[in-house]
Write a protein that binds this ligand. Structure first.
Ligand SMILES: Nc1ncnc2c1ncn2[C@@H]1O[C@H](COP(=O)(O)OP(=O)(O)OP(=O)(O)O)[C@@H](O)[C@H]1O
Ligand SMILES: [Mg+2]
Length: 636
């Protein structure tokens, strides 16, 4: 059974654990909802960033269109177109120049090229676009700008271009047809940077086509600008990735168009979703990945880009606060559990100590130790209970003393008149003292004598049981020959044995000597033997008395073939005043004290007593007596 102390401590621990579970649950739920809200706001952030990029590009396009309308450009183009229209074979001229252009090495700049790089228009282009540094990001916005006339031949350029003629390029025709053409991002070899190629159709005041302006818009500068507005946290990483998994831009180190399609998060960017977010558990870190496809924007819609924002989850990431909170909860939980345990122990002591004392007191009273002392502090119900129990003990002690006094008084008062009765009965039996009696008178005197003796023995039993109860019995030790002892008991009942025609058999090892109280052993043996005589039938009754040495004691066995004892009664036979209610018992008489006295005596003489019985078949009593009881008893 679990003690009350353990239960109280367990309850304390259970309650604190519930609180801790609740706290941990709240943190987890909080973490999830933070993740949700960060995810949602990051989607908006990615949209914002895409719009910024889009806006940046359109502003630059507008600047290019405005520039193409300046008189410097218009006049230069009109002039060039005029000149080319006067040529005899314009295509042959362009082809010739283009071949010359491509025939020299990349580094070589021919005088013809130089004339196109250093004319007034080119200088203006460089000044307004290529060399113009964006102060917010520290480098130029355009990597390269050049202009062709209506025939597709270069008239001005910020630096050396790869070709002279451009009308053999798709973009040239697309721009001429649509007014503007934006290509997919590419790496510009001559400018050594990633650019978004933009081509714009140039028309004169009357709307006639006069040329094409091509510009390489530096991707990094555009995105960097957008990023400055949108990036919020060092643990946040912004990436632009193509649908094929080539990296266009990243806030961390990257190489242009590097293939990252094998990375775990890339496969989770569902292609049918315009936006979304998910948690991606990588080998080294866990990220909240947010993605947006800016399909709805006019310029970016043409680029198959995915804006991907990654928030690191963990000690440095967006949930760092939550993680610290969780750690703190774990630490404080441990402290709280410790404190709860401490309080639980103290508290449980407060509850269990009085109960433990109460249990002790109840046990002591049960053992009839009415003097057991316990102290109790406080005034609770348990203290009251203990005080009541103490009162009860005092009352029981008094009642016991009164019982003792009463029994000694009664037995003494009963014994006193018996002495002259028995004495005069003996005198009456002797013709020399009070004369000869008639046979009838003799019978009457014998009946009186027999009953008086019986009464005396019952008073003796009562006294014995009383003395045993109060540990007042005294033993006299002497050497006893077991065989002699058995025979003397049987001889005392010769008359009864003969009249009931009982067959008595003795089986005792000769010369067994024990040092014990002879009179008390005889008393035990006699009581068991007399019971057997009374409970066997006339003529067929058999009693078997055995004694044998066993270790350091003698085992006595008294077996009869009498009525037997019902199994449900067998446990009670050694209790005081217990008799099995049968006609035979009523005839047998007695007070039901015999076996109780036997048990007390045998126990005090260092032995054991027990019984086996089968109803209708017979009963066997066993008891052992230590060979050397004297020493044991003296040491007690
Ligand atoms: N050998 C036996 N066979 C059957 N029943 C027995 C036997 N010995 C004892 N009993 C039962 O056990 C009861 C208790 O026996 P116990 O010797 O204690 O008391 P008693 O003989 O009735 O009275 P007392 O011994 O005080 O004169 C008896 O009344 C009887 O019912
Ligand atoms: Mg008896």
């Amino acid at each position: 059974m679990i003690g009350i102390r353990t239960i109280v401590i367990l309850i304390f621990l259970l309650i604190t654990s519930l609180f801790i579970v609740q706290a941990m649950y709240s943190v987890t739920v909080g973490q999830d909802s933070i993740q949700q809200s960060v995810g949602q706001s990051s989607v908006l952030l990615a949209h914002d960033m895409a719009r910024f990029v889009e806006f940046g590009i359109t502003v630059k396009i507008d600047a290019l269109i405005d520039y193409s309308k300046t008189s410097l450009i218009q006049n230069a183009l009109l002039k060039s177109n005029q000149k080319f229209s006067e040529l005899e074979n314009v295509q042959a001229y362009i082809t010739q120049q283009d071949d010359d252009w491509k025939s020299v090495s990349d580094e070589t700049i021919t005088p013809f090229m130089q004339s196109l790089i250093s004319n007034k228009v080119s200088e203006s282009i460089r000044k307004n676009f290529v060399e113009k540094i964006n102060p917010r990001i520290g480098h130029s916005v355009f990597a390269e700008v050049f202009i062709t006339n209506a025939y597709g031949a270069n008239i001005a350029q910020s630096g050396k271009t790869t070709d002279y003629r451009q009308d053999d390029e798709d973009w040239w025709h697309e721009a001429r047809k649509n007014g503007i053409n934006i290509d997919k991002t590419e790496y510009d070899e001559s400018a050594k940077t990633d650019v978004i190629p933009i081509e714009i159709k140039i028309s004169d005041e009357n709307g006639n086509f006069i040329g094409i302006l091509k510009a390489g818009l530096s991707l990094r500068s555009i995105i960097r600008e957008a990023e400055i507005f949108t990036q919020s946290d060092i643990s946040t990483e912004v990436n632009i990735i193509t649908e094929k998994g080539n990296i266009i831009y990243s806030t961390k180190a990257f190489s242009f168009k590097e293939d990252i399609s094998d990375q775990s998060f890339f496969n989770k960017l569902q292609s049918d979703q315009q936006e979304g977010f998910f948690v991606n558990e990588g080998k080294f870190k866990t990220d909240l990945v947010v993605y947006v496809r800016p399909n709805n924007l006019p310029v970016l819609g043409e680029q198959d880009w995915i804006f991907v924002i990654k928030h690191q989850i963990g000690k440095v990431g967006i949930l760092s606060g939550m993680i610290t909170l969780r750690e703190n909860i774990i630490i404080t939980s441990a402290i709280i559990v410790g404190i709860a345990l401490g309080i639980g122990i103290i508290f449980s002591r407060g509850i269990s100590n009085p109960i433990i004392k109460l249990t002790y007191l109840a046990k002591e009273i049960g053992k009839e130790n009415f003097d057991a002392e316990i102290t109790i502090k406080g005034r609770g119900e348990i203290a009251e209970l203990i005080n009541n129990m103490k009162d009860m003990g005092t009352k029981l002690k008094k009642a016991k003393r009164q019982k003792e006094e009463f029994i000694s008084m009664i037995t003494h008062e009963l014994k006193t008149p018996l002495t002259p009765i028995i004495g005069f009965c003996q005198a009456l039996g002797d013709p020399k003292i009070l004369g000869t009696l008639t046979p009838k008178q003799k019978d009457a005197v014998e009946t009186i004598s027999k009953n008086a003796n019986r009464l005396q023995s019952m008073i003796g039993d009562l006294l014995d049981s009383h003395r045993l109860d109060f540990h007042k019995i005294k033993f006299n030790f002497n050497e006893v020959n077991v065989v002699e002892l058995i025979n003397s008991v049987i001889n005392n009942y010769e008359k009864e044995i003969k009249s009931k025609k009982i067959q008595v058999t003795v089986d005792a090892e000769p010369l067994i000597l024990i040092t014990t109280d002879k009179q008390r052993i005889e008393q035990v043996l006699t009581n068991i033997f007399v019971n057997s005589i009374d409970f066997v039938s006339n003529n067929t009754g058999k009693i078997f008395v055995k004694a044998k040495l066993q270790n350091d004691s003698v085992l006595f066995t008294i077996q009869d073939n009498g009525t037997g004892i019902p199994p449900e009664e067998i446990d009670r036979v050694f209790d005081s005043f217990s008799q099995i209610d049968t006609a035979l018992t009523r005839k047998h008489g007695g007070a039901g004290l015999g076996l109780a006295i036997c048990k007390a005596l045998v126990t005090k003489l260092g032995g054991k007593i027990w019984v086996e019985s089968q109803l209708g078949k017979g009963t066997t009593f066993y008891f052992t007596i230590a060979q050397q009881t004297e020493q044991m008893d003296k040491s007690k």
